[in-house]
Design a protein around this ligand. Structure first.
Ligand code: HEM
Ligand SMILES: CC(C)=CCC/C(C)=C/CC/C(C)=C/COP(=O)(O)OP(=O)(O)O
Length: 300
C-alpha cells in the first residue's frame, strides 16, 4: 500500500488568478472590446460589459485548463516553473474544476445575457485552445501555434457578434490579422527561449527546424499579415484613421521582421536582439491597430 499523499494547503486567490494567464488576457480582451466597438450597431453598456466579462472569463478558463493539462511541461521550463501547479501550490484537480466551472459559466452567461452567436464562438475558442492546441497539437508538431493560434484570433469576432448577432467581412479580416500575426509573435519569442522548449521536449519550430527556417517563416507570415491588416481600408470597411495607422505600424512591423528574417548570427554587443524587439513590438502593434479601428469608427 502506498502512503497517502499529504494534502497541499488551500491555494491563494493569486494562484487562481495566475491560472488565467492575466497578462496575455489583456490583449485578448482588448481585441474583443475593439471588435465590439467597431461594429455598426451600438451596444447597450450593460450587454457590452457582460460580453467583455465573458470573453475574459472564457479566456481565463482556457488558460487554467491549459495549465491543468501541461503541468509537466511547465515544470520543465524556467519561464513557467513557478506557476501554481508545477510549483506545488495547488492541486491539479482544483485547476481542472476551476477551468471547467469558469468556462461553462462564461459560455452560459454569454448565451443568456448577450446572444447565441457570441456564445457559440466563445465556446469554440475555448475548446480550440484546450483541445486542438494544448491536447492535440502542441506536443506533436511545430505547426501547433499556426493552427492552434486560431483560438486567440476569435475575440474580435466574438465582440462583433455580441453587438450584431452575426459575423461580417471586417471581423473576419480582423480574425485573419490576429491569426497571421500569431506565428511572427510567437516564433520571435521562441527564438530566444529555444532551450526552454528543447528541455521540455516541445517541438517548437526553432527546436525542430532550426533558427534559419524559423527566421524565414517569420518573414513569410508577415506578408499575408500585412495584407490582412491594411485590406479593410481599400475595401472601404474603414476610413483613413485606421488606414494610415495600419500602414505606418505595419511598415514598422515589416521592417523589424525583415531584420529578423535576414539575420543569421547573433551579433555581440547588440543590447536587444532583433527577435526580442519584434516580440515586444508585436504586442504594441495589435494594441495600436485595434485602437485605431475604434478611433476610426468613432471619430471619423
Ligand atoms: C498559440 C498562440 C500563442 C502562443 C504560443 C503565445 C505564446 C506566448 C508566450 C510564451 C508569451 C510569453 C510569456 C507569457 O506571458 O507567458 C506570450 C506573451 C504574450 N502574448 Fe502570446 N502567444 C500566442 C498568441 C497570443 C495571442 C492570440 C495574443 C493576444 C491577442 C497574445 C498576447 C500576448 C501578450 C499580451 C503577451 C505579453 C504578456 C506579458 O506581458 O507577459 N498571444 N505569448
Ligand atoms: C476567448 C478565448 C477563449 C481565448 C483563449 C485563447 C487564448 C488566450 C489564446 C492565446 C494563446 C496563448 C496564451 C498561447 C500561449 O501558449 P502556451 O499555452 O503554449 O503558453 P505557455 O507556454 O505560456 O503555457
Amino acid at each position: 500500500m502506498t502512503p497517502a499523499q499529504p494534502l497541499l494547503p488551500p491555494a491563494d486567490w493569486r494562484d487562481f488568478l495566475a491560472l488565467t494567464k492575466p497578462r496575455v488576457m489583456t490583449l485578448v480582451v482588448f481585441t474583443g472590446l475593439c471588435g465590439m466597438l467597431a461594429a455598426p450597431v451600438p451596444v447597450h453598456p450593460v450587454i457590452g460589459f457582460a460580453a467583455i466579462l465573458c470573453i475574459a472569463l472564457g479566456a481565463g478558463a482556457a488558460g487554467a485548463l491549459n495549465q491543468w493539462y501541461e503541468a509537466d511541461l511547465d515544470a520543465a521550463m524556467r519561464r513557467t516553473a513557478q506557476r501554481p501547479l508545477p510549483a506545488g501550490r495547488m492541486e491539479r484537480q482544483s485547476a481542472l474544476h476551476f477551468g471547467v466551472g469558469l468556462g461553462a459559466f462564461s459560455v452560459i452567461f454569454m448565451l443568456f445575457a448577450v446572444n447565441m452567436a457570441a456564445a457559440a464562438i466563445l465556446a469554440a475558442s475555448i475548446l480550440f485552445y484546450v483541445l486542438v492546441y494544448t491536447v492535440w497539437l502542441k506536443r506533436r508538431t511545430p505547426q501547433n501555434i499556426v493552427i492552434g493560434g486560431a483560438a486567440g484570433a476569435f475575440p474580435p469576432l466574438i465582440g462583433w457578434a455580441a453587438a450584431t448577432g452575426e459575423v461580417a467581412l471586417l471581423p473576419v479580416l480582423l480574425f485573419a490579422l490576429v491569426f497571421l500575426w500569431t506565428p511572427p509573435h510567437f516564433w520571435a519569442l521562441a527564438l530566444f527561449v529555444k532551450t526552454d522548449y528543447a528541455n521540455a521536449g516541445v517541438p517548437m519550430l526553432p527546436v525542430v527546424a532550426g533558427e534559419r527556417t524559423t527566421r524565414r517563416q517569420i518573414g513569410l507570415y508577415t506578408l499575408p499579415m500585412a495584407a490582412a491588416a491594411v485590406a479593410p481600408w481599400p475595401l472601404g470597411l474603414t476610413g483613413a484613421i485606421y488606414g494610415v495607422t495600419a500602414l505606418a505600424t505595419t511598415a514598422i512591423f515589416g521592417g523589424m521582421a525583415y531584420v529578423v528574417a535576414t539575420r543569421t548570427t547573433d551579433p555581440a554587443g547588440d543590447a536587444m536582439r532583433p527577435e526580442k524587439r519584434l516580440f515586444k513590438y508585436s504586442i504594441l502593434y495589435l494594441f495600436l491597430i485595434f485602437g485605431a479601428l475604434v478611433a476610426d469608427r468613432w471619430y471619423a
